[in-house]
Ligand binder design. Structure first.
Ligand code: C5P
Length: 231
């Protein structure tokens, strides 16, 4: 199910930076933001409560990976915090993912990370000792994620078609690495525009620096949003 708002990656180091950034938007604008490890570990659960109290939706990107019982208990806590979406590492296994679902409940969207995009095929073969292609491994993890009762995966926009083919159209694909046409790519190697990501079937796009580092973040957000929405 396509979410019409691009998810803004709030990759800021302090609470003050977040407050300043969010204050630039009109009061009635309901955003969807991603809170990652840096911000969450620096500020704590308070950051989630603050953003939720402003009426925004929160994807808490903590990538849990532990024994099933620990993940289940942690997910129960995140559910009480009111997160709208969160995630685990698929490598934790089907039992761990199912436990995460149980702890979180059915309301929030729960997705898994398959292979991190920082992992090359060579590293996967040498270090993880998985002797297939990176794409096959990603699709394999996606199928296991679906089997465990999760909603979808974080993936490269380039992988969406293969993943949906293996799991189903309703399986959620959330894709970072999005750059509006003509923007600088930063350290992202394989980027896609919002229009291309929409055409290829992404359900959520995550956009950080093209919005957070823009001269005028509100205008940058609205222009990316309208590119993404038009398809
Ligand atoms: O600034 P930028 O748009 O590159 O930010 C993308 C966000 O998505 C960052 O928070 C980054 O950590 C995250 N991400 C990513 N690629 C992945 C997984 C997560 O860029 N494969």
């Amino acid at each position: 199910m396509k979410e019409n708002r691009p998810v803004i990656a709030l990759d800021f180091p302090t609470f003050e930076d977040v407050k300043e950034f969010l204050a630039k938007f009109p009061k009635d604008e309901r955003l969807y933001v991603k809170i990652g490890m840096e911000l969450y570990y620096a500020v704590g659960p308070e950051i989630v409560r603050y953003v939720k109290d402003l009426g925004h939706s929160v994807f808490l990107d903590l990538k849990l990976h532990d024994i099933p019982n620990t993940v289940k208990s942690a997910m129960r806590v995140l559910s009480q915090l009111g997160v709208d979406m969160t995630n685990v590492h698929a490598a934790g296994g089907v039992e761990m993912m199912a436990a995460a679902r149980e702890g979180l409940g059915d309301g929030p969207v729960l997705i898994a990370v398959t292979q991190l995009t920082s992992t090359s095929e060579e590293q996967m073969r040498d270090f993880q000792n998985i002797q297939t292609s990176l794409e096959e491994s990603v699709v394999h993890y996606a199928k296991k994620t679906a089997e465990a009762g999760l909603d979808g995966v974080v993936c490269s926009a380039h992988e969406v078609a293969k993943i949906k083919e293996a799991t189903g159209e309703d399986f959620v694909c959330l894709t970072p690495g999005i750059r509006p046409s003509g923007a600088s790519t930063g350290d992202q190697k394989r980027v896609m525009t919002p229009v291309d990501a929409a055409q290829i079937g992404s359900d959520y796009i995550v956009v950080g620096r093209p919005i957070t580092q823009a001269q005028d973040p509100v205008t940058a957000y609205h222009s990316i949003k309208s590119e993404w929405e038009q398809v």
